[in-house]
Design a protein. Structure first.
Length: 385
């Protein structure tokens, strides 16, 4: 009865099963996987958010496949200091970055075509690719005094059916930014093989260094789709709006936007109130981002303090984002350790294999958990080592 593309194993994995039983029994959990900014104690200007949603034009139906101009202008303004040449004509609004990926996969790939994706990286790509009948080809990120792309492996992985390369900037969960030299190499590989670049920049604003990282929206050498949205930038995942910013050679960019327009016009999935509120939401992002980065730095300092007394565990370098990657002794599988940590200590972390780490000995911890919970969770984790 059902399509083969949805033939997933829908049984919960072992860790998820333990978590469900833990919570069903009313046992407290220190959640070191926290990703929802609205649930970890940040202060929002509730009145301003609700006022932004009360725009009088919300009562009118004014469909535009690319999204309302008021929202696209706000997105272009967001990029003004990173990609000042971007035009609202090359911005298309979607309900989420997941929807943005699905649109891009549709205009680039026939069934069975391939997209190259970094490893480690976010596991959502597997499901998005399955739903769109796209095959993922992983290319490795290597850690040696910092993260870097293995360009030899990337070039070797591409085949005649490859259509694009995904870059997460900064990567989730490794927290590394794509360097300018790496962008040049990516452009060279994509140009030689007629591949598009797909850059996920949802964590772009959360850099730990002072210098503002470059956005792929300014890339002109190859066809490039830059994805982002309000979920991370403004800490408003419930306000469903994201976007695609297309750049690159004019003829390819125009062809891409024409095709995206047809897909967006077919679905018309974006709602007017959130589009009209987007300028107001983006104006409030600095307050949220300042709170979040203060939290990340505080928790990172606490993590380093505790690690200094426990040399058997270390953390890998991080340049931005909300997560820390911990290196632990590979004396058992990461999932076994995570299950024991949850069962015995009530601390929930993600094992590295959730993110396609190539070996055992990695855990991923959220840096936006409330500081007291974070400190206690790390203490219990290290106590198990």
């Amino acid at each position: 009865m059902f399509a083969h593309r949805t033939k997933w194993d829908l049984n919960p994995n072992r860790l998820s099963g333990v978590l469900a039983r833990h919570r069903a029994g009313g046992q407290p959990v220190i959640d070191l996987t926290a990703s929802n900014p609205t649930g970890v104690g940040f202060a929002y200007d509730g009145q301003a958010i609700l006022q932004a949603l009360a725009h009088p034009d919300s009562l009118k139906y004014q469909p535009d496949p690319q999204g309302l101009q008021i929202a696209r202008r706000a997105v272009a303004q967001y990029y003004s200091h990173r990609a000042p040449e971007i035009s609202i004509d090359n911005i298309l609004l979607t309900t989420s970055t997941s929807e943005a990926y699905s649109f891009i996969f549709r205009i680039l790939c026939d069934p069975g075509d391939e997209i190259l994706v970094p490893a480690p990286s976010y596991p959502l790509f597997d499901f998005l690719a399955d739903i769109q009948d796209v095959k993922l080809l992983p290319y490795p990120l290597l850690y040696d005094h910092g993260w870097q792309i293995d360009f030899h492996a990337l070039a070797q992985a591409a085949t005649d059916r490859s259509r694009g390369v995904i870059v997460v900037h900064p990567n989730n969960p490794t927290g590394h930014f794509t360097k300018t030299s790496e962008l040049r190499e990516l452009n060279a590989i994509c140009a030689a093989r007629d591949l598009a670049l797909i850059a996920d920049e949802v964590f772009l604003d959360f850099a730990l260094e002072e210098d503002s990282p470059v956005s792929f929206a300014a890339n002109r050498d190859v066809l490039t789709f830059t994805l982002s949205g309000l979920s991370k930038i403004c800490g408003l995942p419930q306000m469903k709006i994201a976007w695609i910013a297309a750049s690159g050679p004019p003829s390819q960019r125009a062809g891409a936007m024409a095709r995206l327009d047809v897909i967006a016009d077919t679905y018309l999935s974006l709602n007017a109130p959130v589009q009209l509120a987007t300028p107001g939401f983006l104006q409030q992002r600095q307050n949220f981002q300042a709170q979040l980065m203060a939290r990340v730095r505080l928790n990172l300092a606490e993590l380093d303090r505790q690690l200094s007394a426990q040399p058997v565990c270390s953390r890998l370098g991080i340049e931005g984002g909300w997560y820390a990657v911990l290196r632990i002794p590979a004396t058992r599988s990461d999932e076994e350790f995570a299950v024991e940590l949850l069962s015995g200590q009530g601390v929930y972390v993600h094992p590295g294999h959730f993110y396609n780490f190539p070996a055992e000995g990695f855990l991923v911890a959220s840096l936006i958990a409330p500081p007291q919970e974070f400190a206690e969770g790390i203490k219990r984790l290290l106590g198990m080592l």
